[in-house]
Write a protein that binds this ligand. Structure first.
Ligand code: AFP
Length: 338
């Protein structure tokens, strides 16, 4: 049966059906991943509905707390975090959770434990909430290293060890992009059905793009390879056209556009933030995983992003990710610097 073609007809390919199909290719599978994913999907649907109602429900505004990064939390951040933590714990398939909103990792009580560790940012791009710009949830999934008592080392694994990663974007439509290590697929929420339907099968990022995406306000503090790269985007010397600049300031939205249209997304190190801004476990790794699965690359300025071994759960790293050839260009500039 051609499942992909069916998704465009009346035989709708929901995300659950898609994952069950994948599961059936692995007879040894007990369906734990499918169950875990269905709880993540529930969290995404809840947050989507809360984001849509935020203005009406007066949910927008500060909750009066600060999170571990010292940022002001919005009410929606708090709500989203609670929803995801509860959904993930109740799935019975998780043992360690790391959330951007919680200083410490959550160790699930033994009676509810499963074999997966989930790292996530429940509502990334929250400074954009009040003006209605697309925001999102980002997640990565690891398997515990062994059957013994879980330890923090189970989540301090390189990104290449993730078994799955994805994001859900709450924008003009609600889109969930997922990879379980065999390509990348995108699902759009049909609000009338309450189901995510396969709309973007087997996403492949173009090898080269026409867009670069970076906060140019930080340019005076950039290192030389980043400065040279952006100069090259604007004033190419090889006769090609300059690239266009698009920057939303919400990683899910900027990465989603990069994945679909090609190009490069940069959050480099600078003199003020030598490790960049974005967090390794729940921003850099999941997005790098998706990029590689779609045929692109992700680079930290020193190494392949997915080879990085985090030492702390809220660690940050510079990141350059996107089309294969565009990331090659920035890698060459860093190599020349050495
Ligand atoms: P907020 O959650 O504080 O809005 O930060 C969003 C984010 O972590 C990521 O989604 C963006 O890509 C990045 O920060 C934008 O950072 P700048 O505002 O420094 O450009």
């Amino acid at each position: 049966m051609d499942h992909v073609a069916d998704a465009y007809r009346t035989d709708l390919m929901t995300i659950t059906r898609f994952v069950l199909n994948e599961q059936s290719k692995h007879p040894e599978s007990r369906g734990d991943f499918t169950i875990l994913l269905s709880h993540i999907v529930l969290g995404c649907k809840f947050v989507c509905s809360a984001v849509n109602k935020a203005g009406l429900a007066k949910l927008i505004g500060l909750a009066g707390e600060t999170n571990v990064q010292g940022e002001e939390q919005k009410k929606l951040d708090v709500l989203s975090n609670e929803v995801f933590v509860k959904a993930l714990v109740s799935s019975g398939r998780t043992c360690i959770l790391v959330s951007e909103e919680d200083e410490e990792a959550t160790f699930v009580e033994p009676s509810k434990r499963g074999k997966y560790c989930v790292v996530f940012d429940p509502l990334d791009g929250s400074s954009n909430i009040d003006c209605g710009v697309s925001i999102g949830t980002i997640f990565g999934i690891y398997m515990i290293k062994d059957e013994g008592e879980p330890t923090i080392e189970d989540v301090l694994q390189p990104g290449k060890n993730m078994v799955a990663a994805g994001y859900c974007m709450y924008g003009s439509s609600c889109t969930l992009v997922l990879s379980a290590g065999r390509g990348v697929n995108g699902f759009t929420l049909d609000p009338s059905l309450g189901e995510f339907i396969l709309t973007h099968p087997d996403i492949k990022i173009p090898n080269k793009g026409k867009i670069y995406s970076v906060n140019e306000g930080n340019a005076k503090n950039w290192d030389s390879p980043t400065a040279k790269y952006v100069e090259k985007c604007k004033f190419p010397k090889d006769g090609s056209s300059p690239k266009s600049l698009r920057y939303i300031g919400s990683m899910v939205a900027d990465v989603h556009r990069t994945l679909l249209y090609g190009g490069i997304f940069l959050y480099p190190a600078d003199k003020k933030s030598p490790n960049g801004k974005l967090r390794v476990l729940y921003e850099v790794f999941p997005m790098s995983f998706l990029m590689e699965q779609a045929g692109g690359q992700a680079f930290t300025g020193k190494q392949r992003a997915l080879d990085l071994v985090p030492k702390k759960i809220h660690e940050r790293s510079p990141i350059f990710l996107g089309s294969y050839d565009d990331v090659e260009d920035i890698k060459a500039l860093y190599a020349a610097e050495e």
